[in-house]
Design a protein around this ligand. Structure first.
Ligand SMILES: [Zn+2]
Length: 287
């Protein structure tokens, strides 16, 4: 006589488990298509408690601590579609430890006009004595970009670091003194020398140094693989390891390194990929 209730109990438990697991579906929100060079936000969420989500993108895994909002555990991630992406689509996968969800992201191109510039010839054909320095600069930047924290300090849209309008768009094909030199992997903002440069988001200074091409440069790690870099400044006002707040002055606009005049070159990197920050910047009235 004990067998029937036990069976009924087991059946009820099975039913409950089934309905919970059907309800526990991990949801991944991602855009259907993204242009080469663009950043995009994705959201993973689950009604079940999750400690950490792991996003797989471009053959690498990126962890994001989950946070609870309303009755769901979720994480947002900023990813980039490389300017040089060869494939017509890429797959994004997210795992919550118990299950996984995938999305296919189609790739398309934006127009990338050519921009011709004239700079001091030492920046087009660097003299042999600076080659070691350029190599060392690359190592410093790589070290700064290797920092990864699964805790998000950034919020989108990002604070605009200076008020000036755009003087050169991200992704332009650049020709320096008649020689092609790849894409412009940043956004140039018009601003007079000495203007305070504000941090785009809360973060930690991972690099604050004078580099050959970039001049006085500051790199900020904002967590989840999101990095902003501020180049060509006349003065650096922070040190490596400093925590900075969104809107805090980190340096002054200048014309150091490979430039044609004073401006701020702003770079956004998502998981090591430079991407167009303009669609993610706070809008301001043109001056
Ligand atoms: Zn630039």
């Amino acid at each position: 006589m004990m067998k029937l209730p036990a069976l009924a109990g087991a059946a009820l438990l099975l039913l409950l488990t089934l309905s919970v697991s059907a309800f526990a579906a991990l949801v991944l929100d991602a855009p259907d298509r993204v242009a080469r060079g663009d950043a995009f936000l994705v959201l993973a969420s689950s009604p079940q408690p999750v400690r950490r989500f792991t996003f797989s993108w471009g053959g690498k895994d990126y962890a994001a601590d989950a946070y609870q909002e309303n009755d769901r555990w979720q994480a947002v991630m900023l990813l980039g579609m490389p300017l040089e992406e060869k494939q017509a689509s890429r797959t994004l996968t997210v795992s919550d430890g118990a299950g996984a969800a995938s999305a296919s992201v189609a790739v398309f191109d934006r127009k990338r006009p050519v921009q011709k510039l004239t700079v001091d010839k030492k920046y087009v054909s660097p003299p042999p004595e600076v080659m070691a320095r350029i190599k060392d600069d690359r190592r410093k930047v790589a070290r700064a970009l290797a920092v990864y924290s699964s805790f998000r300090r950034w919020t989108a849209p990002f604070e605009r670091p200076v008020d000036g309008g755009v003087s050169s768009l991200y992704g332009l094909r650049r020709v320096f003194n008649g020689q092609p030199r790849g894409f412009h992997k940043g956004l140039d903002l018009r601003s007079p020398e000495g203007t305070p440069v504000k941090a785009c988001a809360d973060g930690v200074v991972t690099l604050a140094d004078n580099l050959y091409f970039s001049g006085n440069a500051v790199y900020l790690d904002h967590g989840l693989g999101v990095v902003t870099a501020y180049l060509h400044m006349s003065k650096i006002l922070v040190r490596p390891g400093d925590s900075v707040r969104r809107g805090q002055t980190i340096g002054l606009v200048g014309a150091t390194g490979r430039v044609t005049g004073p401006h701020l070159h702003l770079t956004l990197l998502a998981q090591g990929q430079s991407v167009d920050i303009l669609p993610l910047l706070e809008k301001v009235e043109k001056r």
